[in-house]
Design a protein around this ligand. Structure first.
Ligand SMILES: [Zn+2]
Length: 184
């Protein structure tokens, strides 16, 4: 009944492969070990560094490691492309107004999956399922320009309290380095 992945499909359908488990089983198992070593840091929900990071969901971008962040330091808002959608504005608004963040860092990256898509993706979806999604794909060709557009969307949002410290970067997935994008 559940979703399967190539890693989860047993060679035979018997219970003999149950120890192998699905990828989610593996995650749950890892969590048990995490919790065993975990001690309550005694923090409240307000990020220690008063910063929200908006980034692409790309698996090669380990935000905490790449930015030297620790548990409790920041809000992390991620989606395909690190695009500033209405829902990202929703999260940033709550982040700033309810949880005290003041700075926004936007991170796109080299070799993003959205560079190989176009808005045709929506058309193809419509052809396949008979319904056009309400959301834009937000595909792009020029990553710097996309970062600029994202910064602009944050800076011009009427809902945000703090739009003076908004900076945008491109993370290089080959070198691990951030490159800042000039907002102009
Ligand atoms: Zn990406």
């Amino acid at each position: 009944m559940g979703m399967t992945t190539s890693a989860s499909v047993p060679a035979d359908s018997g219970n003999t492969t149950v120890a192998q488990g699905t990828v989610t089983d593996r995650l749950v198992e890892a969590n048990e070990q995490y919790a065993a070593a975990f001690t309550d840091p005694g923090m409240d929900a307000r990020p220690v560094l008063n910063v929200a990071v908006v980034a692409c969901m790309d698996a090669r971008l380990d935000l905490h490691a790449a930015l030297g962040l620790s548990l409790g330091d920041c809000h992390t808002i991620r989606n395909a492309g690190g695009v500033v959608t209405d829902d990202v504005i929703r999260s940033l608004t709550i982040s700033q107004r309810a949880l005290g963040t003041r700075s926004v860092v936007l991170i796109h990256h080299s070799n993003c999956g959205l560079e190989s898509l176009t808005e045709e993706f929506r058309h193809d979806l419509e052809m396949e399922v008979g319904q056009r999604p309400a959301w834009a794909v937000e595909a792009f060709r020029d990553v710097d320009q996309d970062v600029r557009q994202s910064m602009q969307r944050v800076r011009t949002s009427p809902f945000l309290l703090h739009t003076d410290d908004v900076r945008g970067f491109v993370f290089d997935v080959k070198t691990g380095l951030l490159r800042e994008v000039d907002p102009a």
